[in-house]
Design a protein around this ligand. Structure first.
Ligand code: ZN
Length: 55
């Protein structure tokens, strides 16, 4: 199934074993993040959870 990254717009091909496959198959408007962007999103989420403490 072909999907498009919601962040960078990169077209990607995902298979049935992809964790978001069922969600995206049901709802084509569900957000999908390519590998690169999901890494970035995860990283940013972690950064927001643990903001650097001022010295
Ligand atoms: Zn992307």
């Amino acid at each position: 199934m072909q999907v498009k990254c919601s962040l960078c717009g990169k077209a990607d091909e995902i298979s049935k074993i992809h964790k978001d496959y069922a969600k995206l198959a049901k709802n084509k408007d569900a957000p999908y993040f390519c590998e690169q962007c999901s890494h970035r999103v995860k990283y940013q989420a972690r950064e927001t959870q643990n903001p650097p403490k001022p010295m």
